[in-house]
Write a protein that binds this ligand. Structure first.
Ligand SMILES: [Zn+2]
Ligand SMILES: [Zn+2]
Ligand SMILES: [Zn+2]
Length: 56
């Protein structure tokens, strides 16, 4: 089974042990699972900027 990537539109992080399942989709972290509704940063250690992108 290939590695799944985060369902957050701007996030390309691979789902790991901390993956969060929500609405049948896998997210790499709680922030992504909540669509960064409260400005939560992505928990990825790669400097992923999906949280910024989500705010437009
Ligand atoms: Zn991300
Ligand atoms: Zn993510
Ligand atoms: Zn995200």
């Amino acid at each position: 089974m290939p590695d799944k990537t985060c369902a957050c539109p701007h996030c390309k992080c691979v789902l790991g042990a901390d993956a969060v399942m929500k609405d049948g989709e896998g997210y790499c972290c709680q922030g992504c699972a909540e669509h960064h509704a409260h400005g939560e940063p992505c928990a990825a250690p790669t400097g992923c900027e999906c949280a910024k992108s989500a705010k437009g």
